[in-house]
Design a protein around this ligand. Structure first.
Ligand SMILES: *Cc1c(COP(=O)(O)O)cnc(C)c1O
Length: 232
C-alpha cells in the first residue's frame, strides 16, 4: 500500500511532467490537497511530506480538523458549495475560497472578513459544462459578477474555478479547460488564477493553463461516504 508521501511524490511528478509538456514552469502550477472526508492525521502526514495547502468542502468538518491542527502552518482553501449562513465562519477561517458563484455570497464574505486578516482570495466558480444541476455562475453572467466582486474591499479576486463534467477523452477535457482559460482572459481583469484539474484530468488542465490543481483521490485514496459520521 502506498503512503501519502509516496502519492504526493507521484502527483508532483505528474504535475512536473504536464507542465514541462506544456512548456510551463512546474512551479507555476500549485497543488491543492483536497482532504474532505479524510482525518486530520492524513493532513498531518501530507504536511510532514511538504504539503501546505489543503482544500475542504464541508465547513463543520473543516473547522474540526483545523482545531486539531493548530500546530501546523497550513493554508486553508474552501472549495465546496456555500450557504449564506456559513459565510462568517468561512471568512474567518480560510485564506482562499474557490467556489463563489453569486454576488450575495461575495458581499457577505467581504463584510465578514476580519479586519486583522489580509483580503480573502476568491475564485469565481463557473458552470463550464452547462450542467443544469451544477453549481457555478453561468458563463454569460460572469463578467458582471466578476466586476462586482473585484470592487469588494475585503476580497481579492484571483480568477476562476471549474469542475467540468467528467470525461475520459483528453480532447474533450482540453476543450473544456480551454473555455475556462478563455473566459478568464476575456474578463481583462488581470486575474492570475485558474483553479481546475482533479485526479483524473490534471494533465489537460495544466496544458490549458491551470495554476491550482485540486487533488483528492490520487493523494489520499478513494473517499468512503458510507461510514455513519461521514459528511454528505
Ligand atoms: C473532491 C473535490 C476535488 C478532488 O477530486 P479528486 O477527483 O478526488 O481528485 C477537487 N475539487 C473539488 C471542488 C472537489 O469537491
Amino acid at each position: 500500500m502506498s503512503t501519502i508521501a509516496d502519492n504526493l511524490s507521484s502527483v508532483s511528478a505528474r504535475i512536473g511532467a504536464a507542465a514541462q509538456a506544456a512548456g510551463r514552469e512546474p512551479s507555476s502550477v500549485n497543488l491543492l490537497a483536497v482532504s474532505k472526508t479524510k482525518p486530520a492525521q492524513a493532513i498531518r502526514e501530507a504536511h510532514a511530506a511538504g504539503q501546505h495547502h489543503f482544500g475542504e468542502n464541508y465547513l463543520q468538518e473543516a473547522l474540526a480538523k483545523q482545531a486539531e491542527l493548530t500546530d501546523l502552518d497550513v493554508t486553508w482553501h474552501f472549495i465546496g458549495p456555500i450557504q449564506s449562513n456559513k459565510t462568517k465562519a468561512i471568512a474567518e477561517h480560510f485564506a482562499w475560497v474557490h467556489s463563489v458563484d453569486r454576488l450575495k455570497i461575495a458581499q457577505r464574505l467581504s463584510e465578514q472578513r476580519p479586519p486583522h486578516l489580509p483580503p480573502l482570495n476568491i475564485c469565481l466558480q463557473v458552470n463550464i459544462s452547462g450542467e443544469a444541476s451544477k453549481a457555478g455562475c453561468e458563463p454569460q453572467d460572469l463578467a458582471a459578477l466578476a466586476s462586482a466582486v473585484a470592487a469588494l474591499p475585503r476580497l481579492r479576486l484571483r480568477g476562476l474555478m471549474a469542475i467540468p463534467e467528467p470525461s475520459t477523452e483528453a480532447t474533450e477535457q482540453n476543450a473544456t479547460f480551454a473555455r475556462v482559460t478563455a473566459l478568464r482572459d476575456g474578463l481583462s481583469l488581470g486575474l492570475d488564477t485558474l483553479s481546475m484539474g482533479m485526479s483524473d484530468d490534471l494533465e489537460a488542465a495544466i496544458a490549458q493553463g491551470a495554476t491550482w490543481v485540486r487533488i483528492g483521490t490520487a493523494l489520499f485514496g478513494a473517499r468512503d461516504y458510507s461510514t455513519p459520521n461521514a459528511p454528505v
